[in-house]
Design a protein around this ligand. Sequence first.
Ligand SMILES: [Fe+2]
Length: 281
Amino acid sequence: MLKSVSVGRSIVAAFVKSSSAPLATRYRIATFTSMVTPKLIPFSEDFFFRQLFDTKSSTYTYLLADTETKEAVLIDPVVEHGKRDAQLIKDLGLTLKYAMNTHMHADHITGTGYLKQLLPGTLSVISEASGAKADRHLSDNEKVQFGRHQIEAVATPGHTNGCMSFIVHEQGLVFTGDALLIRGCGRTDFQEGNSRTLYNSVHDRIFSLPDNFQVYPAHDYRGQLASTVIEEKTYNPRLTKDIEAFVDIMENLNLPKPKMIDQAVPANRECGLYDIPADDK
Ligand SMILES: [Fe+2]
């Protein structure tokens, strides 16, 4: 038997009878929404965007640039890809103004220190609250300019104290670091992790953005490149729950310790400078 029931304005619940299942689980409930596909904000002609990937740590690095002034920023570069990133920036005729980190990573070493060597004049950037070394330290709502384009850095702590999300309002983009992942979120069981803080950060600072803003996280482990605010508000299996249920989920993940944490965190505290391969120095 298949029966459809309207719940609210947009949710339909389908009750599917399974005669072989025990009584308590005889009805499997699936929910679907009739959500309209989000209409994305088209990029300005003078805005350049490129997503890059590190297969070892499943980290995304993002290159943003002003195509008129040629000023560029790189978000969350990985040390092993310093030469790749520097070459791309040269190929495109860009000048790297800032090499930025959304937070002090535990799973890879940041490329910001190395990029400062490869592309002299580049400044490293991270939040003040991270406690890491950098040329520029950001506080909540601080703006980062490249050409005529602007990033607003907003504090989204919870995965670490110093986590920030970077918003490009005009282009409808938010770079969420490890605060919000596609259908997931960063873990809260090491560094200064706090699941209540993370829940409030995501709801107050990211889910409050326009529904059609694109979400670009620091990682994805399933091949997904991007999401949108409305998708995560609708489908994120953790953050659509209430705060108590979220805390319970996060406390029971039982994840292994990150393999790289003992090397990555001390290196990233020093802007990633201390672990550059000898032949690359
Ligand atoms: Fe992280």
